[in-house]
Design a protein around this ligand. Structure first.
Ligand code: DI6
Ligand code: FE
Length: 412
């Protein structure tokens, strides 16, 4: 007599799906005709449907209609919370003004700061919600949101509270990043060092006290802060045990990649102008390269990030929208997959890793970004025949289903 197998209870089993697990070894870690089981918000079993143990008993079984299941998308670099827009600056740039010209004339980041300061917390939330809805409609289940349009204590904290509120109200996981060192606020014009002192002495400590910041970022650029100023911000963050990120080497090489690596940053973002030494330092530090093709496209940059060098050095590459009103007014992570391939020459598989496993690494979120037993059950179902279609068909949105923390948000 054969002993009966113990029954394995699950909340949910998904069948008739192909799995892009993103495990290494095979392209996309693919499992065709797969199945995946979920219990208590985590993946408890996955593999070929034919080997699904008969003992797996689920409260609900869902048919994926032959679509592809990927990890829920992770947008690891956004400035989603802001008020107003900068369409008029787009018009100015089409008349020949540069991004830097506009910033130096008092527009740019500072114009969004004025609109964001004027908005109440409720107004800021309302202004940000449609952008969030558009991101989620393309399969995002985890995202990062930066402050940086407040530039004073009250308004930086206001932005972070709005980011936390979006998470609570919309069923998406949000990591917040304090980017008080984004621009010199008008009231500190000509006194950037004094503003950095305010950031280090008051704004970062308050954000930590109120548990509003999960990380710290800075904008290291000629129109923003020098590497010496950023260093002071990072020393404060390190002392308060906040993870570090950096807008690095986007418009010029200020040694941002090496500076980020020196502080063991989780990520260094942009990197168009990074040097070979900077990349080598990132590889040694395990710092993720976050590439932002939307900003590159919108500013009509000519020098792509050194992708071949990043690959050769073994640096993990993530892709993100950089959703912001000045340089990347997009909410489409799918479009970024396409641009990462067309503009930066990533493969569609690298691009997909960039919004799943490598984006998780950029956020230090080791419980997501791959389909594996024990991982958080954040899943996106796509009506496609091959995973490369996600990067190939630009402007399309084949999202068919979403599961967030094991809860079915949408299913065909
Ligand atoms: N991210 C940023 O924070 C800046 N550029 C970028 O790629 C500027 C954002 C802005 O102009 O509002
Ligand atoms: Fe940015």
């Amino acid at each position: 007599m054969i002993a009966a197998e113990p029954m394995i209870d699950c909340d949910l089993v998904l069948v008739n799906v192909a799995l892009a697990t993103m495990r290494s070894g095979t392209p996309y870690g693919a499992v065709r005709d797969g199945a995946l089981a979920v219990r208590d918000g985590r993946i408890t079993w996955l593999g070929a449907r034919a080997s699904l143990p008969r003992s797996v008993r689920a409260t609900a079984e869902l048919d994926g209609k032959g679509g592809w299941l990927t990890p829920g998308f992770i947008d690891c670099h956004t400035h989603l919370v802001y008020a107003g827009n900068r369409a008029h600056e787009f018009e100015q740039r089409l008349q020949g003004a540069s991004y830097e010209d506009i910033a130096r004339a008092g527009g740019g980041i500072v114009s969004t700061v004025q609109a964001t300061r004027s908005a109440s917390e409720a107004e800021l939330l309302r202004a940000s919600e449609p952008r969030l809805a558009r991101l989620l409609a393309e399969g995002v289940t985890t995202m990062e949101i930066k402050s940086g349009y407040g530039l004073d204590l009250a308004n930086e904290l206001k932005m972070l509270r709005v980011a936390r509120g979006l998470c609570a109200a919309h069923g998406v996981d949000v990591q917040t990043t304090l980017l008080a060192a984004h621009a010199v606020p008008p009231e500190y014009a000509g006194r950037a060092d004094d503003y950095i002192a305010l950031v280090c002495d008051e704004i970062i400590p308050a954000a930590v006290r109120e548990r509003l910041a999960d990380a710290v970022d800075a904008y290291c650029e000629s129109i923003a802060f020098s590497s010496a100023q950023v260093r002071r911000v990072f020393e404060t963050a390190q002392r308060l045990r906040l993870p570090i990120k950096l807008h690095a080497d986007q418009r010029s090489d200020l040694g941002g990649a090496a500076l980020a690596a020196e502080f063991a940053a989780r990520s260094a973002d942009h990197l168009e102008h990074s040097s070979a030494e900077g990349i080598a330092a990132m590889a040694r530090a395990g710092t993720v390269a976050v590439l932002l093709p939307g900003a590159y496209y919108f500013l009509r940059e000519q020098r792509p990030p050194p992708v071949a060098d990043l690959r050769a050095a073994g640096v993990s590459i993530a892709i993100s929208t950089d959703c912001n009103p000045g340089t990347s007014p997009t909410t489409s992570l799918l479009l970024m997959l396409n641009m990462a391939c067309t503009l930066f020459r990533l493969t569609p598989e690298e691009a997909l890793s960039g919004v799943t496993c490598n984006a998780a690494q950029a956020l230090g979120a080791s419980d997501r970004g791959r389909l594996e037993i024990g991982m958080t059950a954040d899943l996106a179902l796509w009506d496609i025949d091959e995973p490369a279609e996600l990067a190939y068909a630009f402007g399309a949105n084949p999202l068919a289903g979403i599961v967030h923390r094991g809860n079915v948000v949408r299913w065909p």
